[in-house]
Design a protein around this ligand. Structure first.
Ligand code: ADP
Ligand code: G6P
Length: 737
């Protein structure tokens, strides 16, 4: 039976050494805590790092580490100190993490770190491949493993691979500063499905793919030469039932069963029944806005001294990535701030901040969540923020107020929280005041709405949705209507070819016989192509027709030595072999004067675009324009033109990064069919890459071999990936003729 292979840098279990013995504890962080229940309930294995370096594990405990991981269906990846320094503390947390969270001033570009990152990603990929069996679903997680999807794809081209990014994906303007931006995008695009927490992160990613790699992006699909990659947003939820029932059980605890922390909290609540507790929980990370929060709290007390002795901030900061200098600096800053604020406001019976710098067991988290009236979460940037969701899930009596930064992914689904900008102290102070004074009825109203949503979109649902979409991408791949010309299909094709007496080959030019270039005039045929076409043209029983949207002069000039048959401007002109050009359609050009200025206006406003004037048509090319702007302007121009030319017997053709205005009723389908009237062919072959070739694919007889170049929706019966494959087929025609 097929299984799911989950891969993340860190396993959900953390192994540490205590008195020469192994201690297992749960990992902290949204990814590990969130995915744990999916792993527990399904048929999956989880590959990742245990938290110990190879050097730290004594020889006699090496097997035990593996065993401990195995007990929880996990496979441990061993990282040595050098790998950890370059890969984890280095590239992951000193380059990608700050960059993706918009902390450009903290972002380092260290080539050695990058090299180690690549090496360690390959290590993960190799371990996955060791455990991979046909039919398995591979689910790679997070920014530490951006290159893994493509590393697997290279070895297992048919594997079903999903990737989920748990942190923000920054805007193109920020992402483009990364020296290894192409490699990173290519690595991610090895997946069939790429998931983000929010639509904004998805949009940023697609924009970078389109601008940096220049792949065609259609809505949320990226068209690669040989595959389509789907990109979507799936906001991660929490194991709602776990938190809800933990909270319910918590209230059942007898005095003896209560934790020490709970006793202290209760003591505080009894001593000051009308005082409020404000909670914050995060890993100690500069993205979490902890310093801002403290300053805003100080600002609040400065401006509203009536709350002195009436509120207390309970702040839990969990140690994280403490080998990275920014985190060490932050630790010092927070210690100082807490000290200063406590020193400034404390009274004999009251300190404004209770600060815990440590990890706490799950039951203590529940103590804090259930005892605090307000949660104050103020990240500067946060992919999601599960703490916000956990707080809500534990409020089983529906009271409590959540104050949440708009910079957290979670804010998009948690409208009923008090949403604040973490840099606006006035707003934060206002929200604290509002939360303290919020009537219980309003608290309950807001809380119930939040709970309803979180309960429905739990982490199970999130994982199921992702996996379902992943399976569908696979099903789409399988049901892709046209058939790839692989070696088997190619064999049949060649048999038919050599058997036939009269053959005709309709060959589109740009994007089919040659690759696209920045300027149309740069795409003249190379020697290899000229030779191939000449040989085919001279082959007995074979008629070669180059059928193109290009103007007759350019085509005629390129093919003046080889007098192959030419159809230009989609069928306006024809040049039979060894003859001169003749007009094949009754077309006019007197409309051009009126249309040209309209297009010129778009050229002026859209850098990188230009007009190509043909005898009977005008084409506006936007291949070199900014991809997004190009698409927007193309859409705009198409609408303007359609209005302008209505009732003039003209139409607008939308080709590959080009719009073309020409007489209606002229198309490659009509043109190619004319050729079939006089001659009885027993082998018809038509190949092309763009929308204008679809006319041929639809209108040629059913038995024709119609072939699309590239993976796009098509009426063609077959497809090949790229121009290289096209030439391979032509070569085989030469050999089999
Ligand atoms: P991040 O993923 O950036 O760390 P999140 O808020 O999304 O931030 O996730 C933090 C997760 O870590 C939550 O699931 C939370 O319950 C867990 N967590 C936070 N503090 C502790 C702690 N002291 N002990 C155990 N788990 C913790
Ligand atoms: C965030 C990241 C996770 C990471 C976690 C804890 O949630 O998205 O990938 O595991 O923080 O960080 P750490 O560096 O301790 O694994």
């Amino acid at each position: 039976m097929s299984k799911t292979i989950i891969i993340s840098n860190r396993l959900p279990l953390q192994i540490s050494l205590e008195n020469d013995d192994l201690k297992v504890s749960p990992s902290v962080g949204g990814l590990a805590t969130g995915l744990k229940s999916f792993h527990r309930d399904g048929d999956s294995i989880w590959i990742g790092w245990t938290g110990l370096t190879e050097e730290e594990i004594p020889e006699h405990l090496k097997e035990d580490v593996k065993e401990k991981a195995k007990e929880e269906a996990c496979i441990s990846v061993n990282l040595n100190q050098e790998e950890l320094d370059g890969f984890y503390y280095g590239f992951s947390n000193r380059t990608i993490w700050p960059l993706f969270h918009y902390f450009m001033e903290f972002t380092e570009a260290d080539k050695e770190h990058w090299e180690t990152y690549k090496r360690v990603n390959q290590k993960y990929a190799d371990i996955i491949l060791e455990h991979y069996e046909d039919g398995d679903h591979i689910w790679v997680h997070d920014y530490q493993l951006l290159l893994v999807p493509n590393m697997i794809r290279e070895q297992q081209p048919d594997a079903i691979i999903g990737f989920f990014n748990h942190i923000p994906f920054p805007s193109y303007e920020v992402f483009r500063t990364l020296p290894w931006r192409e490699e990173v995008l290519k690595g991610m695009l090895g997946a069939d499905l790429i998931g983000f927490h929010t639509y904004d992160y998805e949009r940023h990613f697609l924009s970078s793919v389109s601008r940096i790699l220049r792949h065609q992006v259609d809505f949320n699909e990226v068209a690669l030469p040989d595959r389509i990659v789907k990109v979507d947003s799936f906001p991660m939820g929490i194991d709602y039932n776990k938190f809800e029932s933990a909270a319910l059980n918590h209230f059942e605890n007898t005095a003896e069963e209560q934790s020490e922390l709970q006793r202290r909290l209760d003591h505080h609540l009894e001593a000051t029944p009308d005082a409020k507790l404000i909670l914050s929980i995060d890993r100690l990370d500069y993205t979490k806005g902890i310093a801002n929060r403290l300053r805003a709290f100080e600002y609040f007390l400065d401006n509203s001294p009536r709350y002195i002795e009436k509120i207390r901030l309970v702040m839990l900061a969990v140690p994280s990535r403490s080998n990275v200098p920014q985190y060490q600096r932050l630790k010092r800053e927070i210690d100082e701030l807490v000290g200063r604020i406590n020193g400034k406001f404390s009274t004999v019976s009251w300190t404004p901040i209770w600060y815990f710098y440590r990890s706490m067991p799950f039951e203590n988290l529940i103590d804090l969540y259930t005892s605090c009236d307000i949660a104050l979460l103020t990240p500067i940037r946060d992919g999601m923020n599960l703490v916000a969701k956990e707080y809500v899930a534990t409020r089983t009596n529906h009271t409590g107020v959540l104050i949440l930064s708009e910079m957290a992914g979670a804010a998009q689904e948690m409208n009923e929280a008090l949403i604040i900008n973490p840099n606006n102290f006035d707003q934060i102070a206002g929200a604290i005041e509002q939360a303290i004074n919020m009537p219980e009825e309003e608290q309950m109203q807001r809380m119930k709405m939040l709970q309803k949503r979180l309960k429905r979109y739990s982490v199970e649902k999130w994982a199921q949705d992702f996996m379902k979409t992943l399976r569908n991408t696979k099903a789409n791949r399988d049901s892709f209507k046209s058939i790839r010309i692989n070696s088997e299909v190619s064999e049949t094709l060649m048999e038919e070819y050599s058997k036939a007496n009269r053959r005709v080959l309709f060959l589109d030019y740009d994007g089919t016989l040659v690759n696209f270039t920045d300027k149309p005039e740069h795409a003249s045929p190379d020697e290899e192509l000229k030779e191939m076409i000449k040989t085919l043209h001279n082959q007995e029983g074979t008629d070669v027709v180059l059928i193109s949207g290009r103007d007759k002069d350019t085509l005629g000039d390129w093919w003046k030595e080889t007098k192959v048959e030419l159809i230009s401007e989609h069928g306006v002109w024809m040049r039979k072999s060894d003859k001169d050009w003749h007009l094949a359609e009754n077309v006019r050009s007197d409309w051009m004067g009126a249309v040209r200025p309209v297009i010129e206006n778009f050229v002026d406003r859209t850098p990188g675009t230009f007009i190509e004037e043909k005898n009977y048509s005008l084409a506006w090319h936007f291949r070199k324009a900014d991809p997004e702007l190009g698409e927007i302007r193309a859409n705009e121009l198409s609408n303007v033109l359609k209005e302008l030319i209505s009732n003039h017997g003209l139409s607008v053709l939308e080709g590959n990064k080009v719009l073309e205005i020409k007489s209606s009723g002229v198309n490659k389908g009509k043109a190619s069919n004319k050729k079939l009237v006089d001659t009885q062919y027993d082998f018809i072959f038509a190949i092309g890459d763009d929308w204008t070739d679809e006319y041929m694919f639809r209108e040629l007889p059913e038995e024709a071999y119609t072939v699309k170049v590239g993976i796009k929706k098509t009426s063609a019966r077959f497809y090949v990936e790229d121009t290289k494959r096209v030439r391979e087929i032509l070569q085989k025609f030469i050999e089999n003729g």
